[in-house]
Design a protein around this ligand. Structure first.
Ligand code: SF4
Length: 361
């Protein structure tokens, strides 16, 4: 749903610049009309494959093009990811987002593993989101059949500014990936980063791109740049928190039903600043001490903030129906192979300790 009052660039820019008290009041009103203002969704982001990405996103420490001293880690095992998801659930998360530092999804064994992870986490009654780079329609269908609830693919900024921060992938390709997820029936999570040196026109320009989509994203993350040493944006100054608050409030008013996510950059924000973001319409945060590779407040710190503010955590599937997990042939084969391997291991372990019959005499 788009708020028709602000679908021109001029009106939206005026809204962004409106006096803070007016902006906050409007945003909080829209928020209350469409969401429970005392409820915040906790999501956990798991980096299932870290670093070594061939893309050149200027803000990203996972790009292989920059020397950020990041430890590159191969694809995680399914069991390990399930363990992390269980821990996230115990700590109050209702959504798990799995991120892989890939340019695009390939139809290989690593993708089979992702499909299995989706099946397992959906089976735990959590919303499953994935952010795996570009994907085609058949890959989107496979994820949907596994039980994927949402797909994240950010536009990052306006089409104009995008060219200054990424050269290895076109803006249009991002929109195509979003379309593939959407047409497979997966809900869309897409947003951007502020503080990369963009202008207010670029921030508004990104929101306008979503206005022109057939349907705006169900979930819109707003990130503040975390400037990482070794990336081209390492010297960017942190943005004032007021910019985050303005951006969140503007997005909230423009897309009344969308979940606005207060994402990266929370470690640089005081509790008071985060509170204003919630008041302005943010109703989701990422929980856990790491956001892929950058720091984030830990579970305990967020629990204390929630208690202080009287916030409760949102239950899964309040905004949509839990997808059904359908059988996947490749995953079934992989599971069978693993089970046989396990059985062989147990067999050889048992046979090693079998007492020998020694005949005497
Ligand atoms: S943001 Fe994603 S696509 Fe871009 S370099 Fe980082 S991991 Fe790769």
């Amino acid at each position: 749903m788009v708020n028709k009052q602000y679908t021109s660039i001029d009106k939206l820019t005026d809204l962004y610049h409106s006096p803070m008290m007016d902006l906050l009041y409007k945003a909080a009103t829209v928020h209350r009309e469409n969401h429970n203002p005392n409820e915040v969704q906790m999501s956990s982001l798991i980096s299932i494959k870290t670093g070594g990405c061939p893309e050149d996103c200027s803000y990203c420490p996972q790009s292989a093009k920059y020397n950020t001293h990041l430890e590159v880690k191969p694809m995680m095992q399914v069991e390990e990811v399930i363990g992390l998801a269980k821990n996230a659930k115990v700590n109050g998360s209702s959504r798990v987002c799995m991120g892989a530092a890939w340019r695009e999804v390939r139809d290989n064994r690593d993708f089979d593993k992702v499909v299995e992870m989706v099946q397992e986490i959906n089976g735990m009654g959590m919303e499953v989101c994935a952010t795996l780079g570009m994907l085609n329609r058949s890959q989107a269908d496979r994820l949907k059949n596994a039980g994927l609830y949402a797909y994240n693919h950010n536009l990052d900024s306006s089409p104009e500014f995008y060219k200054d921060i990424i050269s290895t992938r076109e803006y249009e390709q991002r929109i195509e990936t979003i379309d593939h997820a959407r047409s497979a029936g997966i809900s869309v999570c897409s947003g951007g980063i502020i503080g990369m040196g963009e202008s207010v026109e670029d921030r508004v320009g990104m929101l306008m791109t979503y206005v022109h989509m057939e349907q705006p994203p169900e979930s819109l993350p707003i990130n503040a740049l975390v400037a990482v040493e070794g990336t081209p944006l390492e010297e960017q100054d942190p943005i004032p928190v007021w910019d985050m608050i303005r951006m969140i409030a503007t997005a909230r008013i423009l897309f009344p039903k969308t979940i606005i996510r207060l994402s990266a950059g929370r470690t640089q924000m005081s509790h008071e600043a985060q509170t204003l973001c919630f008041f302005a319409g943010a109703s989701s945060i990422f929980a856990g001490d790491k956001l892929l590779t950058t720091p984030n407040p830990d579970f305990n710190e967020d629990a204390a903030l929630f208690e202080l503010l009287g916030l409760t955590t949102k239950k899964p599937f309040q905004d949509g129906v839990q997808p059904e997990t359908k059988a996947d042939e490749k995953v079934a084969i992989a599971k069978k192979v693993r089970a046989e391997k396990e059985a062989r291991k147990t067999e050889s372990k048992n046979s090693k300790f079998e007492p020998r019959q020694i005949s005497v005499g």
